[in-house]
Design a protein around this ligand. Structure first.
Ligand code: SAM
Length: 449
């Protein structure tokens, strides 16, 4: 249809996109409207036109959605980080459940899979225990904050509703240090400047690890910064070098500048050592909810031998180990496997074995060596499982598979494969690990027919 840049359109928002934009249908043409939520009746201006859709911004909200809430606090951070924040929390949870149902119905074609209500948080704020905050420049000034939705523009912030307060104080210390010593943000294009990201990991006791990602070879005035940071409860500081012209935050090279090698954190009664580059669930409270669901679906028994594929630092393996005979954890990141081994010792667990390598290579190899397992946990990254992993699961023929997913589209694809190969889905439980974002985490209980 004849829509052009600058046109003004009007209509009701019916859905959210993967980025959290509002979806507006004008006849059969789709416009993604930044800053609008489901139920809003808006007037929007068309800013960009793509082949099958356009992107617009709100000019006016003629009639606000009945599910729009007025916030009684400022959000200094970009809406890009919390696109649903003005949508009633109970409606966010409903929308997430529906998204999982739609992905399962569309991709798997199974309409009758039971998807439970999303388990939400009592206090859905300041829940992130790991943030990676971009540092950049705008009109000659340093900006530290998240990206604006649909853009590479950093919105300067001195506080984030997503991270514990100590994280806010750390950002402000780094800002003061940058101003005092004239430390410039790194510019990817010209390969000039110093600081490009600030990584902050905060444990249950509110102690922090800070990772300063730089595009240069060295961090000037490093001693001064360390001195300023340790006035707060910062117990570990790393420098990370990343000269890549890509959106990947952390480079490969880490150097410790101060304190502990690793951060000690907890999920439930279990303790975990985290290296600066280890994967750890970002929402500790909901991770416990998630893992308890894994245990429930797995129904562990003392004779069980379990494969925990994509095990990270061994969190799920250790969480279930005391109820079973043996757990094999497989993970691609070498440091995470080292952490997993130490975490087993730390938790007095001696029936786990952690192996480094690609799940699609190591898992079939272990099976060929005759290592049987009767239950499998799959917790892959967003792109889901490699086909070889799913084929090997079917060959192993376990009585139960528990699939943990942070991407319901790839989860649906992988579950479909298992359903076509002798398995049935018992139940799907969405857990809200990321309030105010469009992300949904799910646990799927799958059983041999
Ligand atoms: C979503 S995380 C799950 C980690 C862990 N289960 C937990 O709950 O903390 C996915 C993990 O898979 C790992 N990974 C990615 N690709 C992999 C592969 N091909 N083989 C094995 N592990 C992989 C990542 O390094 C990451 O630790």
């Amino acid at each position: 249809m004849g829509i052009n840049i600058g046109d003004i359109v009007r209509g009701k928002i019916i859905d959210f996109t993967h980025e959290g934009n509002g979806v507006l249908k004008i006849d059969n043409f789709t416009v993604f409207v930044t800053g609008a939520i489901i139920g809003d009746e808006v007037v929007a201006r068309i800013d960009k036109i793509k082949k099958n859709f356009a992107i617009g911004s709100v000019v006016d909200i003629i009639e606000p959605s009945k599910d729009r809430i007025a916030l009684d606090f400022d959000i200094p951070e970009a809406r890009g980080g919390v696109p649903l924040i003005e949508y009633k929390y109970s409606k966010q949870l409903e929308w997430k459940k529906n998204k999982v149902k739609i992905d399962l119905a569309k991709i798997v074609g199974l309409m009758d899979i039971e998807v439970k209500d999303t388990i939400g948080m009592e206090y859905p704020f300041r829940y992130r225990n790991h943030v990676q905050i971009p540092v950049g420049e705008k009109n000659g000034n340093t900006v530290i904050g998240f990206y604006e939705i649909n853009s590479n523009d950093i919105v300067d912030m001195d506080s984030s509703i997503l991270q514990p307060e100590i994280g806010d104080r750390i950002i402000n210390i780094i800002r003061t240090w940058m101003n005092k010593y004239n430390i410039r943000p790194y510019d990817k294009k010209n390969k000039k400047g110093i600081l490009r990201h600030i990584g902050i990991r905060i444990n249950k006791d509110n102690k922090a690890m800070v990772i300063l990602v730089i595009g240069s070879d060295r961090l000037p005035n490093e001693k001064e910064l360390v001195k300023m940071l340790i006035e707060e409860d910062v117990i570990s500081i790393y420098q990370n070098i990343n000269k890549l012209n890509s959106s990947i935050t952390y480079g490969k090279e880490y150097r410790k500048l101060y304190g502990e090698d690793r951060l000690l954190d907890y999920i439930g009664d279990y303790k975990f050592y985290l290296s600066p580059n280890s994967f750890f669930q970002v929402n500790r409270i909901q991770a416990e909810v998630l893992y308890n669901k894994v245990v429930e679906y797995l129904a562990p028994d003392k004779y069980d031998v379990i494969y925990d594929l994509y095990c990270g630092i061994g969190t799920i393996s250790l969480y279930i180990a005391s109820n079973v005979e043996k757990v094999y954890g497989i993970e691609i990141v070498k440091e995470a496997i080292e952490d997993a081994k130490e975490n087993a010792v730390l938790n007095n667990i001696d029936n786990t074995e952690f192996i480094v390598g690609k799940a699609e290579e190591v898992f079939p190899k272990l099976m060929k060596r005759g290592i049987k397992g009767n239950k499998v946990v799959l917790d892959p990254p967003r792109k889901g499982c490699e086909k070889e992993v799913l084929e090997a699961v079917v060959e192993l023929n376990p009585e139960k598979v528990v699939y943990v997913s942070c991407n319901s589209a790839t989860m649906a694809r992988d579950v479909k494969y298992l359903v076509e190969n002798g398995y049935k889905v018992e139940e799907v439980q969405p857990v809200d690990m990321f309030p105010h974002t469009v992300h949904v985490e799910c646990v799927v209980g799958i059983q041999k027919i």
